[in-house]
Design a protein around this ligand. Structure first.
Ligand code: R5P
Length: 290
């Protein structure tokens, strides 16, 4: 116990300097609690306000898809260039070294695979997310899916409730069914439903036309999925347009790990997302590394 006899009275109260009330750098999240903000600050870069999230959770619905056959060989070398990694608990425990200290966006919902009917999902136990030190809980939300819309929105709601108890934010991941068109009207609707139900971050797709309507109608940060593999220059153009039209970064998988020279590709994506590089400049840098 401290010795009471030597306690000195405080003198330095900074009377002339009012305490600063800091704002928060991420849209719509300034009223969150400290733990939530701490986790989000580890996902999004405070200078750029954006993130390069590396997604490799595809195996939970697709199995060992191209580029993810041996995650230890193909993905682990990319992790150092990501701000955050998005994966399942199975891959986190079995393959991802716990020494990277990267934010983890944990795939928190799981269920049916591409062999049957997607989106028939449940959610994990929050204790498991706490044990794994997750920074974000990623939950699939299938707006417009006649069979699973209600189920997946309930999953989102339960996840937000559970995560809030422990200061872990939730990301609503908009799933697009085969019959639904990925246009601004649909993506704004699906993304807004996620935010209205408490998602702190929304992951959706980029659309060529009116994407700004999507980003502007959602009050929290949006990150875009890369979607199916595109030629590298087109993937960089998509990332550039998305961030310039209001996205807070990317949560990209196949367009990085299926690219020629994935390390060069994730570095090029970083140039675009964090430093505003034009897609042509970033593409040149990618080319130079090949
Ligand atoms: C789907 O299985 C996952 O949510 C992926 O993380 C997501 O689709 C992003 O990956 P990609 O950029 O390959 O679309």
């Amino acid at each position: 116990m401290a010795d009471n006899d030597s306690v000195q009275s405080g003198k330095n109260f900074g009377i002339e300097t009012p305490q600063k009330t800091e704002g928060y750098f991420l849209k719509g999240l300034s009223h969150l609690d400290w733990g939530m903000k701490d986790r989000l600050s580890g996902i999004f870069n405070q200078q750029s306000g954006k993130t390069v999230m590396l997604a490799f959770d595809h195996g939970y619905i697709m199995g060992p898809t191209s580029g993810l056959e041996r995650i230890d060989l193909t993905i682990v070398p990319l992790i150092e260039y990501a701000d955050c990694i998005m994966c399942t608990r199975g891959i986190l425990r079995s393959v991802v070294p716990p020494t990277f200290n990267k934010a983890v966006s944990l795939r928190y919902s799981a269920g049916s695979t591409i062999l049957t009917d997607l989106n028939d999902e449940c959610i994990m136990d929050i204790d498991e997310a706490v044990r794994l030190n997750a920074s974000l809980l990623a939950v699939m939300v299938a707006v417009g899916d006649p069979k699973h819309e209600g189920l997946t929105i309930r999953n989102l709601t339960k996840t937000v409730d559970a995560g809030t108890k422990f200061g872990i934010p939730t990301m609503g991941v908009t799933a697009v069914g085969k019959e639904l068109v990925r246009d601004a009207r649909y993506l704004a609707m699906a993304s807004r439903v996620c935010a209205e139900n408490g998602a702190h971050v929304v992951k959706t797709y980029y659309c060529e036309k009116d994407f700004e309507q999507v980003t502007n109608s959602v009050p929290v940060p949006i990150v875009i999925a890369g979607g199916k593999k595109l030629p590298e220059k087109e993937a960089l153009e998509m990332a550039y347009r998305a961030v310039n039209e209001g996205a807070a970064g990317v949560d990209m998988g196949r367009n990085i790990f299926q690219a020629k020279n994935p390390v060069a590709m994730i570095k090029a994506v970083r140039e675009v997302v964090h430093y505003g590089a034009k897609p042509e400049e970033a593409f040149k840098k990618w080319l130079a590394e090949n």
